[in-house]
Design a protein around this ligand. Structure first.
Ligand SMILES: *Cc1c(COP(=O)(O)O)cnc(C)c1O
Length: 367
């Protein structure tokens, strides 16, 4: 067996490769004394909007704030319901609660793990104000049927694109399909800062203006407060780092795609189920999630091979203690409940080598 642990993501190695550019970008910002809503924030917002082919980007402090602020500018709050999938990171649901609205959960499609449009249609009530699809693992949700429902029932659409920087649905970038797209730049995401960071994309100028006011104490211009707001600004040093990494994003997403293709080949005709790419999707492989009938054995084999692994996510939102008050229970969402004990996330990151991919696949096949 080849030596060396296989990390889940290798942020240290990535920094070494970009060190001179990152250090120069950070030092330049500090030398200018440009820390809050500085030059790099404005430049990153332009550059990330261009990358997404969006009209506007507003930098905010993190992904959950992006979602929360998006709901607020859409006028969603107490008494309103927002529909989202139960199989997601809990932050999606927390954002709805933070905005004062009620999360209404739906099950996911068993093949692609994203929000099931038929279940969504059944969950719409007179109080529903928005749909919040999640482009989970880097694969877009099936947006056309969701956008049809939104048009028919006059609902807003907030995309949780925290795992989908650069992903496309029928040729359109995630973050430009609904009213608002919300991104996290948490370090381990496909585009990651060196701390918390987030961004919001939109085609609508009215929402962009309000979001710029809302993230900065509801202020515009200085000392004038048309709205009650938040301190939720993208940090200028993080923006400087993100600008360096954004220049590599297309390339690093390409490396992830090659790694995913290679896993597919190496695991063909094995006992583990490899993830399906939908015909409408350009997948960016934030995570490579397999299904297995014997998760403990696959996890043990990966451990023995020195390969890191994870589970995203072991518990659907409706089974967390924190959301017990929503009134769901075991049996409420059978697809998500059947899925969560079967999934394992294998290591995938742009720098992963052929040798590492083979070691992981061999470990999976040994079960
Ligand atoms: C990471 C993530 C978030 C939250 O982003 P933070 O920047 O950590 O607040 C929200 N939704 C999904 C699907 C995520 O993966």
């Amino acid at each position: 067996m080849s030596a060396g642990k296989i990390p889940f993501v290798d942020l240290g190695q990535q920094y070494q490769a970009l060190k001179s550019e990152i250090d120069a970008a950070v030092t330049a910002g500090m030398s200018r004394g440009d820390f809050i809503l500085g030059e790099d924030v404005a430049a990153f917002e332009r550059e990330f909007a261009a990358f997404c082919r969006a009209e506007h980007c507003i930098g905010v402090s993190d992904g959950v704030d992006a979602l929360q602020l998006a709901l607020r500018v859409l006028g969603i709050g107490p008494g309103d319901e927002v529909i989202l999938p139960t199989h997601t990171f809990i932050a999606t649901a927390l954002a709805v609660w933070q905005a004062g609205a009620k999360p209404v959960l739906v099950d996911v499609d068993p093949r692609h793990y994203t929000m099931d449009p038929e279940a969504t249609a059944r969950a719409i009530t007179s109080r529903t104000k928005a749909l919040m699809p999640v482009h989970l693992y880097g694969q877009p949700a099936d947006m056309d049927p969701l956008l049809d429902l939104a048009r028919k029932h006059k609902l807003s659409v907030v995309e949780d694109a925290a795992q989908a920087h650069g992903a496309e649905y029928k040729g359109r970038r995630c973050g430009t399909l609904g009213d608002v797209g919300c991104f996290s730049f948490y370090p381990g995401k496909n585009l990651g800062a060196y701390g918390d960071a987030g961004g919001i994309t939109t085609q609508r100028g009215d929402l962009a203006n309000q979001l710029r006011i809302l993230r900065n104490y509801g202020q515009q211009p200085k000392n004038v407060h048309p709205l009650k707001g938040f301190n939720s600004r993208l940090d200028n040093l993080q923006a400087a780092i993100l600008r360096v990494k954004l220049r590599r994003l297309e390339g690093s997403n390409g490396y992830r795609r090659s790694a995913a293709t290679r896993y597919g080949e190496l695991l063909r005709d094995s006992k583990v189920h490899t993830p399906a790419t939908a015909p409408y999707a350009k997948h960016v492989w934030h995570l490579y999630v397999i299904e297995t009938d014997n998760r403990p054995a696959v996890q043990a084999a990966l451990d023995a091979a020195g390969a890191s692994h994870g589970v995203h996510y072991p518990t659907p939102v409706h089974l967390h203690e924190a959301f017990r008050d929503l009134g769901y229970g075991r049996g409420s969402f059978p697809v998500a409940e059947a899925l969560t004990p079967r999934i394992v996330s294998l290591p995938i990151f742009p720098e992963i080598t052929e040798d590492q991919l083979q070691r992981v696949a061999t470990a999976c096949r040994s079960v």
